[in-house]
Design a protein around this ligand. Structure first.
Ligand code: HEC
Length: 226
């Protein structure tokens, strides 16, 4: 009798343990798989044959690395490893590769590459206005009263109705013109002005900041005082 009772108790305990285990198993969160990074579509901006030629050159430089490392000056080897790494990265960027952190990096000075990368960010005109008037100090020169640069007001109207009609800019899109005006201001100097604009904005602003400034300038589509 006593034996039967303890068997029942043990079975009940066993069942309880199994049930608790099952419940615990249900509550254990199944690990969420880390999503694979979505590759950003790349438009090849360089000639594939040229890309392969440069890649072969870099790879040859890597071949001599083991000799350098084994030789008297491993520092030289390490230095050249770093430079080859940098050159590989530059090659990929020049060919249209858009890194995942492109928005935060300095935009550089390649207008075609910037145009391609702009597709991956969304410009905020309000932040663009803040940058234009504040941190980047564009507004000082571009004040209508200052008369040293085309006025901010109506910039976009002028781009469409005046600048792009200049045969020198016949194949330009408005965005391309604006980017070039900011990144490489000496390339096309607006008639009647001297190019006194700072030429290193490409090293100073990120892709996101440029997109913001561009969308602010695109909002300047009222009448132009000039
Ligand atoms: C030191 C003065 C100065 C500063 C600072 C300056 N610019 Fe300019 N900018 C000029 C001058 C002068 C021109 C016209 C001559 C030329 O094309 O380079 C010009 C031309 C432009 C144009 C073409 C306008 C048109 O009507 O075609 C744009 C767009 C422009 N600048 C944007 C900017 C932005 C954005 C900044 C800030 C990131 C900036 N500029 C900072 C002097 C300046």
């Amino acid at each position: 009798m006593l034996r039967r009772k303890s068997t029942i108790i043990l079975t009940a305990l066993g069942l309880l343990l199994i049930a608790t285990g099952w419940i615990a198993a249900q509550e254990t969160p199944t690990p969420i798989p880390t999503p694979e990074p979505t590759p950003i579509p790349v438009t090849l901006l360089c000639d594939p044959a040229e890309l392969l030629r440069q890649q072969a050159e870099l790879s040859a430089r890597l071949q001599s690395l083991s000799q350098d490392m084994a030789g008297a000056s491993p520092e030289v080897g390490l230095d050249s490893l770093f430079k080859v790494g940098e050159a590989y990265q530059q090659l990929a960027l020049d060919c249209g590769y858009i890194p995942a952190d492109a928005a935060e990096r300095p935009v550089g000075s390649d207008v075609q590459r910037i145009l391609a990368a702009l597709d991956t960010v969304y410009g905020d005109p309000l932040n663009g206005q803040l940058l234009y008037n504040g941190e980047l100090a564009c507004a000082g020169c571009h004040l209508a009263e200052a008369k040293v640069a085309p006025p901010t007001e109506g910039t976009y109207t002028r781009v469409l109705d005046v600048r792009l009609l200049d045969p020198a800019l016949s194949d330009y899109t408005p965005t391309q013109y604006l980017i070039e005006s900011i990144i490489d201001p000496g390339h096309y100097v607006v008639p009647g002005y001297t190019n006194i604009m700072v030429s290193n904005f490409g090293d100073r602003i990120s892709l996101q900041q440029l997109a913001d400034v561009l969308s602010f300038l695109e909002s300047q589509d009222g009448p132009s005082p000039e």
